[in-house]
Design a protein around this ligand. Sequence first.
Ligand SMILES: NC(=O)c1ccc[n+]([C@@H]2O[C@H](COP(=O)([O-])OP(=O)(O)OC[C@H]3O[C@@H](n4cnc5c(N)ncnc54)[C@H](OP(=O)(O)O)[C@@H]3O)[C@@H](O)[C@H]2O)c1
Length: 216
Amino acid sequence: MRIGILGSGLMGSKLGVIFARAGHDVVFSYSRSQEKLQRLARDAGPNARAATPREAAEVADVLLLAVHWSNVGEVLQQAGDMSGKIIATCSLPMNDTDSALVIANTSSGAEELARKAPGAAVVSAFGSVPSEVLFAVFDARGSGARPSLVYCGEDERAKEIVAELIRDVGFDPVDAGPLRIARYIEPFTLLVAQLAYEGERGPALAYRFEWREETS
Ligand SMILES: NC(=O)c1ccc[n+]([C@@H]2O[C@H](COP(=O)([O-])OP(=O)(O)OC[C@H]3O[C@@H](n4cnc5c(N)ncnc54)[C@H](OP(=O)(O)O)[C@@H]3O)[C@@H](O)[C@H]2O)c1
């Protein structure tokens, strides 16, 4: 797959490196430092390069949106027409101090994004785990029970493609349903962040849902 990274910070840089290591073509974009994008592309190997958001959007089949909520409008404007593209978003609709969701209950960041990028197939994915756990999950992907990763969206083909990427990173994808379920996923992520950043066991935290046979 050709994957464009819109936002090469904690989430975008790590997921981009992992996607490249998993064999995908990756274009890193949207950082304040062109040097950083080039270094990331070099470190990620021959499948990766640095470019502008517009170039990333033009060449990619799938875009990962990984920017602060306050930058979503700008990065979309720089990326240009997104119709026909799949956008996997891990971006949470947080306020400027990252202390609260600015959209919740009656909508979600993922749904707002779908409105801002008409014609794109938006899938909410990857946002429910901290960046600190990503390499550990990728490195352990061949051994033991995989942690879950919830995702949701409207377009079934887009969801299948994103589920494949979730598997490539080392998670067990859990289809949570249509895009409006992001209204539940996004606040759930604040619980994960609370445990990761305020808990005693460090931020490299993932979660696993298990289904059991009912017994009486
Ligand atoms: N971090 C996590 O563990 C985590 C977990 C789940 C969800 N999320 C969500 O995922 C999204 C991304 O989080 P993150 O932690 O990866 O953010 P981040 O580290 O701050 O990365 C944001 C990226 O956007 C770039 N950027 C910011 N302002 C810019 C500007 N004016 N021009 C060009 N580039 C600009 C940054 O550039 P620089 O490279 O110059 O910094 C960086 O590459 C957020 O919505 C967050 O809520 C994060």
